[in-house]
Design a protein around this ligand. Structure first.
Ligand code: SGN
Ligand code: CA
Length: 525
């Protein structure tokens, strides 16, 4: 174990004044190496986290991380989909390099370099509990227990390291937390620093709340996003999607309005999910939705009334699932606090991507538009890292791997695309911080029909190229048009902006060696 590295990193992290050297040296000798607790949810968007957005749900425990530590206001993913996002996070590389492009065709090559492997080689204990979603079994962990595929909210199966699949009794968010705390308390080697990845299934579709939270938020009426009735003028790819609340959200599977009659694929899936509940859970669950269902079918809503009714139910169910998540994050924080581990533990909370809560009329993610490219990111910082409050620099999920290695005093491999966030966590604002982010989404043709696209985002503009069976460019001015409703690509006033963004895009595609790239020659023709 390279303990010297760990101690060194602490020295590096602290701004040293000569007068303080000896006292500080003493302090460093007493400081244990840093642990990392990385909590990642699925589809938890920043709009549904009160430290980012006060309009909807109250998340006191997530806010607690932010208020004691830092909150990134410009945190993004590189490919807004579960498996790809996880692969970017683990490898610190864009999809073109880690080769996990989409959920539907890829199997993660577990022989490649990942940050848990490197931490482990350098004396860390590493563990992963919860959703994995990379098809091959996890590598690089001393301990793992993962749910197959998307996992189930009620009485979920877990695959363990012996490759046995075991059904556990309970609600998934509670179970993943129980197992994580149990690992920290009873199973790890307490002589070693650790890195624990807690990967929740929540708040993934189809938003099955925990029984005790079913009654919550029923009296709330949520304001419709201004662009709920977006008609996608000038945005052909946005018009082609199938993720509309009005058109594509299923009344039974998504919104629990179960009724007798024709079986659909989604209805069968929903009844199968109900069948996983024990008889009491199922009764309480069905009893809760029965009067809402009866009232709904009696009203025979149509058009806008129906769309808005769906939106309200969607918001409520989603928030109920967030409530369990927030409570369970609180349990992890309480545990770490009770063990005196806050001072030497970096706690990260993020999601595998953002999500639409009715903006553009949508649910789901995938697009490079703000709500889904953006992802929440808050951190509780260990002693020695002095940043506080909001951090506005643009960061991406490829930066987590270098950050964790840097924190542990391990040099960051040159082939990682991301950069360490440590300077920002020290409270610095490097003048040469990146000015543009690269994004590439590949899963098409597939569910929700979001076309393949790549693009760049700066603090002011976003340029997107949709390709494959379409050839469409979009440009947005994020300051004038934060909801990305007006495609300025063909507006002559922005010609030079487009040219310069194309140049940046090509530079990034070359830097990351993305073989699918914009061709200027083709563009000139
Ligand atoms: C499932 C969902 C989709 C969702 C994908 C990917 N359909 O296929 O709505 O976009 O997961 O989500 S469902 O009918 O199975 O609920 S991801 O977060 O795992 O990438
Ligand atoms: Ca997800």
């Amino acid at each position: 174990m390279k303990t010297s590295h760990l101690i060194l990193s602490i020295a590096e992290l602290t701004t040293v004044s000569p007068l303080l050297v000896s006292c500080q040296h003493q302090q460093e000798q007493n400081t244990k190496p840093y642990n990392i607790v990385y909590i990642m949810t699925d589809d938890h968007t920043a709009q549904m986290m009160s430290c980012y957005d006060r309009r909807y749900v109250h998340t006191p425990n997530l806010d607690r991380i932010a208020s004691d530590g830092v909150q990134f206001t410009n945190s993004f993913v590189a490919n807004s989909l579960s498996g790809p996002s996880r692969a970017c996070m683990l490898t610190g590389k864009h999809s073109c390099s880690n080769k996990f492009y989409d959920n539907s065709t890829c199997v993660f090559d577990g022989t490649q370099q990942t940050f848990p492997k490197i931490l482990r080689e350098n004396g860390y204990q590493t563990a992963l509990i919860g959703k994995w979603h990379l098809e091959s079994l996890p590598t690089g962990f001393d301990h793992w227990e993962v749910v197959p595929g998307q996992g189930n909210y009620y009485n979920p199966d877990f695959i363990n390291m012996d490759n046995d699949t075991i059904r556990k009794k309970g609600y998934i968010t509670n179970l993943i937390t129980d197992m994580s705390i149990d690992w920290m308390e009873n199973q790890r080697d307490k002589d070693k620093p650790f890195c624990l990845l807690i990967h929740h299934k929540a708040i993934h579709r189809n938003w099955l709340p925990e029984i005790k939270n079913l009654p919550l938020y029923e009296d709330k009426v949520f304001p419709l996003p201004d662009n709920f009735y977006d008609e996608y003028e000038g945005r052909a790819a946005a018009a082609a999607q199938e993720m509309s609340i009005a058109k594509d959200m299923d009344l039974i599977y998504d919104l629990k309005m179960l009724k007798e009659g024709k079986d659909s694929r989604l209805k069968k899936t929903y009844t199968w999910m109900l069948s996983r509940m024990d008889s009491l859970e199922r009764k309480q669950f069905e009893d809760f939705y029965a009067p809402i269902t009866e009232d709904f079918y009696k009203r025979n809503l149509k058009g806008k009334e129906l769309a808005e009714w769906k939106y309200q139910r969607y918001m409520r169910d989603y928030m109920k699932v967030v409530k369990s998540l927030d409570d369970n994050v609180g349990r992890v924080l309480d545990y770490l606090e009770s063990k005196g581990m806050m001072e030497n533990t970096l706690i990260v909370y993020t999601s595998d991507q953002g999500f639409y809560m009715g903006e553009h009329g949508w649910f789901d993610k995938r697009f490079m538009y703000e709500e889904s490219m953006h992802t929440p990111l808050v951190m509780h910082l260990p002693k020695g890292l002095n940043a506080k409050g909001e951090i506005h620099e643009m960061v991406q999920n490829i930066d987590y791997a270098p950050t964790f290695l840097d924190l542990a005093g391990i040099s960051v491999p040159e082939d990682m695309h991301g950069v360490s966030l440590l300077p920002l966590l020290r409270g610095e604002h490097p003048v040469d911080w990146r000015k543009a982010l690269y994004y590439h989404f590949y899963e098409y043709p597939a569910e929700h029909k979001v076309k393949r696209h790549y693009g760049v985002r700066t603090d002011r503009f976003k340029l997107i190229h949709f390709y494959n069976d379409i050839d469409v460019w979009e440009l947005y001015d994020l300051i004038e048009d934060p909801a990305e409703m007006h495609n300025l690509y063909d507006n002559k006033t922005y010609e030079s902006v487009v040219d310069s963004l194309k140049e940046t895009m090509l530079q990034l595609q070359e830097q990351y060696d993305d073989p699918v790239r914009f061709s200027p020659e083709h563009d000139i023709e």
